[in-house]
Write a new protein. Sequence first.
Length: 349
Amino acid sequence: MLWKTLSKAFEGFAAALAVCVAIGTGAAAQGFAGLGQGGDGFALPQPDPVFDFPADHGPHEGFRIEWWYLTATLRDAQGTRYGIQWTLFRSALSPEGPQVWMGHFGLTTPDAHYSAERLARGGVGQAGVQVAPFDAWIDDWQLAGPDLDRLTLRARTAETGYDLALSAQGPLVFHGDGGFSVKSASGQASYYYSQPFYSVSGLLDLPSGPVEVTGEAWLDREWSSQPLEGDQEGWDWFSLHLDDGNRLMAFRLRGDGDYTYASWIAPDGRLTPYGDGALTLEPLTTAQVAGRTVPVRWRLRLPAEGVDLDVGAVNPQSWQDTLFSYWEGPVTATGSHRAEGYLEMTGYE
């Protein structure tokens, strides 16, 4: 038993070390989590992509990093707000080298935030993604279903968990120029598409007991080899479900000069892209979170669509205490529209 325990601990350490090497840590790292370096020898995103489904729902091992990233805004029968996040990351150590996997778990209530992380080596069955039927897993955390339109999400930690069913009510959308998403003035880019039309129902397993919830979810798929410039220290990313049926994805990449982008998504899935400068994000209120000063209330403006929102965190203390830590949690918005969604903020040290 001791040998098994030590062996498992060593494998976890080795996987963590591999992830650090794969996505860049220490003094040599550039950009948040080293995402501004390391593209040499890997495939790079090119303009005018042609996607192939269901194959592109699976791994792209010629690229250095990619993720399957799901968030959901939820309510119980009394109207209490909750949020969950589940992300599976794949990273390559080298263009010909092994793959490593990392899973993130987040569950937010108005009064508490729970986070957890799993690490795995590639090629041993501990983590991976298959496309038909769809199955993305790391250990016993799993996002799976007959296809991307019908999924179940199951994950739990020692404290809490969730078991949710998702059903897509609209099409996939492709950010930037048909899925070619530029991230800097010098042209760093990723391939990026989303499914922002999930309806959700299921159970949250909280320390106080199970809670039935319903709501909406958003799945992001993105892959690249060097998605950031070396001076881009982090990002502020919003996904919002507006009360008129539109959706909005918006981000600011922070560097020597900020770079912004927004996707305006109509109820039928038609997407209008807005390049750098069309979006304005202004921090309004900060909070002390995990020893850091983090914006937890924002003014978000997209004048071309008549959007002027005051966006605030459901729980300001939504800190993901993971290998590369960051803020991630549900938000609500008022102003030109009412909205619910998610906010992710990285690079706040």
